[in-house]
Design a binder for this molecule. Structure first.
Ligand SMILES: Cc1ncc(C[n+]2csc(CCOP(=O)(O)OP(=O)(O)O)c2C)c(N)n1
Ligand SMILES: [Mg+2]
Length: 895
C-alpha cells in the first residue's frame, strides 16, 4: 500500500506544489551535482522516518556506520584493560592450534576466523551475554563453529579449562579429556549448548530458538523475557539457503529477543565472498527487506574525522563504489597503496588525508575491530523493540596475525606460523614471552590474581556466570497416565490407520494432567492430511499476534483457531524450519530448564531425506523428542508416486547414532513405543530421540497378544505374533517376519501357505530392525573382546534361533532394512522389500510389483524351502506361477 503513493495515476491535490518540489530537486542536481542531491534525499527520507510518515525503509543505505559518532553511548568498560584481555586470548587461541599441529601434524584448527572476530565476542562476554545465574535465565549464544579456539582460550584464562585440556584440542577419544574441534554438546555436555559448525543450521536454529522462547513465555511455561539469543555467523555462511530461510518468520513474530552478528571479513574459505560487489550491502538489503533492524559497523573511529570533513560527499561516494575485492587489496597492500589507489585518484580525497602518514593510513581500521563501535551496536540491538536486529560488522580475516595471513586468500586454512611471525605477533600483543620459548608456542596465563583475569572474571560474575555453559536442571516429567494408552490393548473393530491411532495418542497425551502442557505438536502444513486438524480448535495454533481476523470457518467446531497461547506449532511448508523448531523444543530441558516433549509429524519422505543434517544436529545437541514420519512406506502411500513414496528413510535414520527407529504395525505397538520413549527420555533422562513411521492404510488393529513382557519385546524390536498353525503331518516349517503395514501381508501369507501348500509358518513382528542391530552389534563386540567366556546370544538370534525353518522378512522398506540383522541369522534368511524408485498405482498393484504382497511372501518361503531340500523344487516353481508371479518378469530395480 505504501508504494501506491508514488504511482502517477493517483490523484494529485496540488500539482503546483508537487512541481515545485520536483523543480527544486532538478535545480540541486543541475547546479550542485548528484552527491548533494542524494544527500538531500537521504535527509528527507530520514526525517520522514523520524516523523512516522510511513515511507518504506530503503533496503540499502550508504556504506557507512548506521550509528553515527554523536549517537554512540557512553562506554562503561575499561577499554585499555579489555584490549589487554583480548591480546591474552588471541595469543592462547593461536598457541593452542599451533601446539596441536606441531605435536600432531594434520590435526587441524583455525586461526584466522577468531582473529577476525575477537572483538565481536569480547564486547559480548564483557558487557552483554548473560550467564545461567542471571535472574532472567541467561542468554543463548550460538558461536561460530570454527571460532572455537578463542572461546577455549578465554575459558582457560578464566580458570575453567586447564593447560592440559587445551593441549588436548581435537583429541577427544578419552572422554572428558579433550576439546572438540567445534561446538558439540554431545562431546562437551557441560560446555557447548548449540552445535553450529554445519554452516547455515546455526542461523536457522537461532531464529527458532528465539521463537521457542516466546512460545514458552506466551504459553505461561517460563518467563523468557530477560533472555536474548545471539547468533555469530560468517559472511560466507550466509550463502547457505538455510541461513536466510527463517528471516521473515523472525520479523513477522517480532523477535526483538534475537540478535545476529555477522562477521563480515569479506572472505570465506577459498577467497572473497563477493569480490565483485559488497556483501554487507547485499545482506543489508536482504535483512531490511525481510523486516529486520540492520546496524552496519563498517568503519573504525579513525574514519569519523575524515567523514566529518567530507563536505563534497566524495569519500562516501568512494566508499559506496569500492568493491569488496578492492577493499581486500587495500588491506594487504599498505598505506602508500591506499593513498594512491583509494584516496589518490580524486584530488579532493587526496587532500583530505595529506596530514596522515602512510602508517596512519594503514591503521584506518574496519569497524568490527573498534570496540566502542561494537558496544554501541550491541547496545542498540539489545534495546531495539519490535524486530530482530542484525549487526553487520566489517572485519579483516586473520586480524593481528601478520602480513602472511591477514586478509590473504589463504587465511582460512592457515594453521601454522613461523617462529619469526610468532615473534612479531608477540610484540604486537606486547606479551612478556621469552624469545627462546617461542618455538614451543607456550600458553600465557598472567595468573588468577592479575588485573586482567580479575576483571574478566568479575565481568562474568556480574553478568550471571560463565559462558558458554550447558546445564540440565529441568525436572523429570511423569510417565503418561494409564488412560493415555489403555484403550489400544483391545485393538480395533473397524479398519483404522496407525496415523489415526497416533492422533488419538497425541490427543490423550495433550489431555494428560501431568504431561499435557509439555507436549509440543509440530506440523509443517499437513495436519489435515494426518487427521490432526481437530487439534487446531482444541489446543489452538501458536501465533505470536493471536488471531486478528475472523476465520472463514469460525462457525464450525473444527475451526482454524490461532491464539497467542496456542500449543500447536503449525510451521507452514518448511521442513527445515520445523526441524529447527523441533531442535529448540527437544533441547528445552537443558537450554530453558523446562522439559518439553515435541512430536514433529511430517511427510516421511521430506524428513530425513531433506533435513538429515539437522537430525544429526539434534543428536549432537542431545535433543529429546519424537519425529513421526507419516505417510510412510513405498507402496502404502500409493497414489503420490516417485517423489513421495518413501521406502528408505529407515536406512537414513539408522545413520544417526542415538536415534531409536521404529516401524510399528499395530496400535498397541505404537503405544508401547511412545510410552517407553517418554519414560526413557523424560523420566530416566536418556539422550536419545525417536523416529517412528506411521501409515495411512486402514486395517483392523490387532489386539495386544497376551503374555508378560510383550511391551519390553516390542521396545527391543521383535516378538512372536502368531504361532504356526496345527497342520496334518508331515509338516514343513518356515518363519515369516514383517513390520509396519506389510505385517498384514505376512499374516495373510501364513494362511496362504497353510491352506494351499501345507506349510506351517510362524509370524513375527519386528517393530525395529535398527534396535535389533544395535543389540547384536553390542553383543558381538562383547563376544569379540571376551573370547574366554561363553558367548552371549544377540536378542534377534535368541528369538529367531537356528531351528524352525527358513526365515522370510518383508517390509515396505528397502531390503537393506531387514538385512540389518542378516549377519546374526541362519543363511536361509531372506528379505523382500521396495528397492527402486516408487511410482503411483493401487496398493495391490504396487505390492505385487515390488513382490512384498502375501503371494510373493508365500512364494519366497516355498522357494527357500526348496533350496533347503524340504520342499520339492518343481512344486515350488509351479507354485510361483500359480501365485501369479512371472519368474522372468522385470526386476523393479531395472526400471
Ligand atoms: C555446510 C558446510 N559446508 C562447508 C563447511 C566447511 N567450511 C568451514 S568454514 C568455511 C568457510 C567459512 O567462511 P565464513 O562463513 O565467511 O566464515 P569466516 O571464517 O570467514 O568467519 C567452510 C566452507 C562447513 N563447515 N559446513
Ligand atoms: Mg567470512
Amino acid at each position: 500500500m505504501y508504494f501506491d503513493e508514488f504511482k502517477q495515476q493517483l490523484p494529485d491535490i496540488d500539482p503546483d506544489e508537487t512541481q515545485e518540489w520536483i523543480d527544486s530537486l532538478d535545480g540541486v542536481l543541475d547546479q550542485e551535482g548528484e552527491n548533494r542531491a542524494r544527500f538531500l534525499l537521504f535527509k528527507l527520507l530520514k526525517r520522514a522516518r523520524q516523523r512516522h510518515i510511513g515511507v518504506p525503509a530503503l533496503t540499502q543505505t550508504r556504506y557507512i556506520n548506521t550509528i553515527s559518532p554523536e549517537q554512540e553511548p557512553y562506554f562503561p568498560g575499561d577499554e585499555t584493560l579489555e584490549r589487554r584481555i583480548r591480546r591474552l586470548i588471541r595469543w592462547n587461541a593461536v598457541a593452542m592450534v599451533l601446539r596441536a599441529n606441531t605435536s600432531y601434524a594434520g590435526i587441524g584448527g583455525h586461526l584466522a576466523t577468531y582473529a577476525s572476530a575477537a572483538s565481536l565476542y569480547e564486547v559480548g562476554f564483557n558487557h552483554f551475554f548473560k550467564g545461567k545465574d542471571d535472574p532472567g535465565g541467561g542468554d543463548q549464544v550460538f558461536f561460530q563453529g570454527h571460532a572455537a579456539p578463542g572461546i577455549y582460550a578465554r575459558a582457560f584464562l578464566e580458570g575453567r579449562l586447564t593447560a592440559d585440556r587445551l593441549d588436548h584440542f581435537r583429541r577427544e577419544v578419552v572422554p572428558g579429556q579433550g576439546l572438540s574441534s567445534y561446538p558439540h554438546p554431545r562431546l562437551m555436555p557441560d560446555f557447548w549448548e548449540f552445535p553450529t559448525v554445519s554452516m547455515g543450521l546455526g542461523p536457522l536454529a537461532a531464529i527458532y530458538q528465539a521463537r521457542f522462547n516466546r512460545y514458552l513465555q506466551n504459553r505461561g511455561l517460563r518467563d523468557t523475557s530477560g533472555q536474548r539469543v545471539w547468533a555469530f555467523l560468517g559472511d560466507g555462511e550466509m550463502d547457505e539457503p538455510e541461513s536466510l530461510a527463517g528471516l521473515s518468520l523472525a520479523a513477522r513474530d517480532g523477535l526483538d529477543n534475537l540478535t545476529f552478528v555477522i562477521n563480515c571479513n569479506l572472505q570465506r574459505l577459498d577467497g572473497p565472498v563477493r569480490g565483485n560487489a559488497k556483501v554487507i550491502q547485499e545482506l543489508e538489503g536482504l535483512f531490511r527487506g525481510a523486516g529486520w533492524n540492520v546496524i552496519k559497523v563498517i568503519w573504525g573511529r579513525e574514519w569519523d574525522e575524515l567523514l566529518a570533513r567530507d563536505v563534497d560527499g566524495v569519500l562516501v561516494e568512494k566508499m559506496n563504489s569500492t568493491l569488496d575485492g578492492e577493499f581486500q587489496k587495500f588491506s594487504v597492500s599498505g598505506g602508500s597503496y591506499v593513498r594512491e589507489n583509494f584516496f589518490g585518484p580524486d584530488p579532493r580525497l587526496r587532500r583530505m588525508v595529506e596530514h596522515l602518514s602512510d602508517d596512519d593510513l594503514s591503521k584506518l581500521r574496519r569497524g568490527g575491530h573498534d570496540y566502542r563501535k561494537l558496544y554501541a551496536a550491541y547496545k542498540a540491538a539489545s534495546e531495539y523493540r519490535g524486530a530482530p536486529t542484525v549487526v553487520l560488522a566489517k572485519t579483516v580475516k586473520g586480524w593481528t596475525l601478520g602480513a602472511g595471513v591477514e586478509a590473504r586468500n589463504i587465511a582460512h586454512q592457515a594453521k601454522k606460523v613461523s617462529e619469526q611471525e610468532l615473534r612479531v605477533f608477540r610484540d604486537r600483543l606486547e606479551l612478556p614471552i621469552a624469545d627462546e620459548r617461542l618455538a614451543e608456542a607456550p600458553y600465557f596465563h598472567p595468573g588468577a590474581d592479575s588485573e586482567e583475569v580479575r576483571y574478566m572474571v568479575e565481568r562474568r560474575r556480574a553478568l550471571g556466570g560463565p559462558m558458554p555453559q550447558r546445564v540440565v536442571r529441568a525436572e523429570p516429567l511423569p510417565a503418561p497416565a494409564p488412560e493415555v494408552d489403555a484403550e489400544f490393548a483391545a485393538g480395533s473393530t473397524t479398519p483404522v490407520s496407525t496415523t489415526m491411532v497416533f492422533t488419538r495418542i497425541l490427543r490423550n497425551l495433550l489431555r494428560d494432567p501431568g504431561l499435557g502442557r509439555h507436549i509440543v505438536p509440530i506440523i509443517p502444513d499437513e495436519a489435515r492430511t494426518f487427521g490432526m486438524d481437530p487439534l487446531f480448535n482444541e489446543v489452538g495454533i501458536y501465533a505470536a499476534a493471536g488471531q486478528r481476523y475472523e476465520p472463514v470457518d469460525s462457525d464450525l467446531v473444527l475451526k482454524y483457531r490461532e491464539a497467542q497461547n496456542g500449543q500447536v506449532l503449525e510451521e507452514g511448508i518448511t521442513e527445515a524450519g520445523s526441524m529447527a523448531s523441533f531442535q529448540a523444543a527437544a533441547t528445552s530441558y537443558a537450554t530453558n530448564a523446562t522439559a518439553m516433549v515435541p512430536f514433529y509429524i511430517f511427510y516421511s519422505m521430506f524428513g530425513f531425506q531433506r533435513t538429515g543434517d539437522q537430525a544429526w544436529a539434534v543428536g549432537d545437541a542431545r535433543g529429546r523428542g519424537f519425529m513421526m514420519g507419516a505417510t510412510a512406506g513405498r507402496t502404502t502411500l500409493h497414489g503420490e508416486g516417485l517423489q513421495h513414496d518413501d521406502g528408505h528413510t529407515h536406512v537414513l535414520a539408522s545413520t544417526v547414532p542415538n536415534i531409536r527407529a521404529y516401524d510399528p504395525a499395530y496400535a498397541y505397538e505404537l503405544a508401547a513405543i511412545v510410552r517407553d520413549g517418554i519414560e526413557r527420555m523424560y523420566g530416566r533422562g536418556e539422550d536419545v530421540f525417536y523416529y517412528v513411521t506411521l501409515y495411512n492404510e486402514n486395517y483392523i488393529q490387532a489386539p495386544r497378544p497376551d503374555g508378560d513382557g510383550i511391551e519390553a519385546a516390542i521396545v527391543r524390536g521383535l516378538y512372536r505374533l502368531r504361532q504356526a498353525p496345527e497342520l496334518e503331518k508331515p509338516v514343513v516349517h518356515v518363519r515369516l517376519v514383517g513390520s509396519g503395514s506389510i505385517l498384514g501381508q505376512v499374516v495373510a501369507a501364513q494362511a496362504l501357505l497353510a491352506e494351499r501348500f501345507g506349510v506351517a509358518a510362524e509370524v513375527f513382528s519386528a517393530p525395529s530392525f535398527q534396535q535389533l542391530r544395535a543389540d547384536a552389534l553390542a553383543t558381538e563386540r562383547w563376544n569379540r573382546l571376551h573370547p574366554d567366556r561363553s558367548p552371549r546370544v544377540p536378542y534377534v538370534a535368541e528369538v529367531l534361533g537356528a531351528d524352525g525353518g527358513p526365515i522370510v522378512a518383508a517390509t515396505d522398506w528397502m531390503r537393506a532394512v531387514p538385512d540389518m540383522v542378516a549377519r546374526w541369522l541362519p543363511d536361509d534368511y531372506v528379505s523382500l522389500g521396495t528397492d527402486g524408485f516408487g511410482r503411483s498405482d493401487t496398493r495391490e498393484a504396487l505390492r505385487a510389483f515390488f513382490q512384498i504382497d502375501a503371494p510373493a511372501i508365500a512364494a519366497t518361503a516355498l522357494s527357500q524351502l526348496a533350496r533347503g531340500g524340504t520342499f520339492p523344487a518343481r512344486r515350488a516353481a509351479k507354485a510361483i506361477r500359480e501365485l501369479g508371479i512371472d519368474p522372468d518378469g522385470i526386476d523393479q530395480l531395472d526400471l
